[in-house]
Design a protein around this ligand. Structure first.
Ligand SMILES: O=P(O)(O)O[C@H]1[C@H](O)[C@@H](OP(=O)(O)O)[C@H](OP(=O)(O)O)[C@@H](OP(=O)(O)O)[C@H]1O
Ligand SMILES: Nc1ncnc2c1ncn2[C@@H]1O[C@H](COP(=O)(O)OP(=O)(O)O)[C@@H](O)[C@H]1O
Length: 419
């Protein structure tokens, strides 16, 4: 995904989470209190819309969009966009560093809470007793500001605990809840329930960048299909051609639209998504690079046409700066992930579409890979399961995730052998 903050909100004033009445919170299934919840009670409840994966404004553009400028070291537009999500202080996500003042009044109710732990009455009591607890100043560690590589504009906020708030999406919440007790747990961000800020609900999760120092980040979208079968069905029953997608299409290839699409100046979402799949490596390799952010601040989302193996290899070499140790770590981590995926109950029972692998490393040699974005990960009807390698035929709901992962591992293995 792509499209990010155009209207950045300053950090100041963004640190406050909307307060809710404790009883109300306790009764809301799978919700977890965040620090501020106990302090004041305004008893407001936000309207819970449908999956806020539809929170997106189709006209919003990406932070590092490939509108002709990406790929180069922060050009002026790229800088403007990047500044929305990086250390310049304009991020809609308030960074730890930017909000350091907030720490002076820092209150941590979740100090003993682990990811996925639901708020029980006992924990609630424990939390209340900790109202005035603050960490000693020496434990305050500066983190690099959070950076969003791709994704929808305004979808994220950060909190002062180094966690990330992502606009609420029910299917994503359901996935996270299950993932917290699945064998895949080490490969996903820790999840802490739902919280509110400015009347908007958010899923609260770990910021995977928190332990890295000026990280290099790559977002790769996994699978051979990037839209749900359900979306295809809807597009047939009630076609809704989109002008924004037509614009995005002709920006990359003016020849791509059909005569009819040209007349309408609009394309169906599924048509746009299929076009993107065949233009990139999604259709041929089962994954595609969406964006890369280097530690020097350069950001590139110009991978829409990165299709063949050689092009992917070139982008990967650039991402790791030809550091074979990092590449080896990534290869091993992907192999571990594959082993776990093949056994995971969650994975067997879900169609995983539009989900990404987030690759993160830094100059210290630390490297990690996590699965993110479960907005379009939906359960199969039991007892149906997927093998994630069979080709997709409409109705079988196969997503090609493991096929893509096999190809990814093969590419890294060949790169390592050739060095
Ligand atoms: O990357 P570009 O070419 O800009 O196209 C985007 C991505 O495919 C998004 O997928 P993802 O979020 O996985 O990156 C998708 O969001 P969905 O995930 O909601 O399908 C967007 O659909 P809209 O949000 O409907 O515009 C679509 O416009
Ligand atoms: N848990 C996380 N920790 C750190 N960065 C994240 C995390 N989740 C998402 N991101 C950043 O946000 C971007 C978009 O994430 P994603 O979940 O795909 O959002 P969207 O649903 O809006 O596309 C990713 O490319 C990554 O840079």
């Amino acid at each position: 995904m792509t499209k990010t903050p155009d209207t950045p909100a300053p950090c100041v004033g963004m640190g406050e989470t909307q307060h809710s009445h404790p009883e109300e919170l306790l009764s809301r299934r799978a919700r977890v209190a965040v620090p501020e919840l106990v302090v004041t009670c305004e008893c407001e409840q936000s309207p819970r819309g449908p999956c806020s994966c539809s929170h997106r404004n189709p006209d919003e553009e990406s932070i590092c969009s490939d509108s002709g400028l990406s790929g180069s070291p922060a050009s002026s537009l790229a800088l403007r966009k990047l500044s929305n999500s990086s250390s310049s202080g304009l991020s809609p996500a308030s960074s730890f560093e930017e909000c350091e003042e907030d720490l002076l009044g820092y209150v941590d109710f979740n100090v003993n809470q682990s990811p996925g732990e639901a708020l029980t009455t006992d924990l609630w009591k424990k939390s209340k007793n900790m109202v005035n607890w603050s960490p000693p100043p020496e434990t305050v560690k500066k983190r690099s500001p959070w950076v969003q590589v791709v994704g929808h504009a305004g979808n994220f906020q950060t909190d002062s605990d180094g966690r990330l708030l992502k606009k609420y999406c029910e299917s994503e919440q359901q996935c996270f809840l299950q993932l917290m007790s699945d064998s895949l747990r080490p490969f996903v961000p820790g999840y802490y329930g739902v919280t509110q800020r400015d009347e908007q609900d958010y899923n609260l999760m770990d910021d995977l960048l928190a332990d890295f120092d000026s990280p290099c980040i790559m977002d790769c979208k996994m699978g051979s299909r990037t839209y749900l079968e359900e979306e295809l069905k809807k597009a047939r029953e009630c076609p809704q051609p989109r002008k924004d997608m037509y614009e995005k299409m002709i920006a990359v290839d003016p020849e791509a639209p059909t005569e009819e699409e040209r007349l309408q100046q609009a394309v169906l979402k599924t048509r746009y998504m299929q076009w993107r799949e065949t233009l990139s490596s999604t259709a041929t390799l089962g994954f595609r690079i969406e964006g890369i952010k280097k530690s020097d601040g350069t950001c590139n989302t110009n991978f829409k046409r990165t299709k063949c193996k050689d092009e992917v290899v070139q982008a990967l070499e650039d991402f790791v700066d030809n550091n074979m140790l990092i590449l080896r770590s990534y290869q091993q981590r992907l192999q571990e992930l594959r082993d776990i995926l093949e056994k995971s109950d969650f994975f067997k029972a879900h169609e995983v579409v539009g989900s990404s692998l987030l690759f993160v490393h830094d100059v210290t040699g630390k490297a990690g890979i996590w699965m993110i974005d479960f907005g379009k990960t939906v359960p199969m009807t039991p007892p149906l399961t997927l093998d994630h390698r069979s080709p997709w035929l409409e109705g079988n709901r196969e997503d090609g995730y493991l096929w893509g992962l096999d190809n990814f591992i093969d590419i890294l293995t060949t790169m390592l052998q050739e060095k």
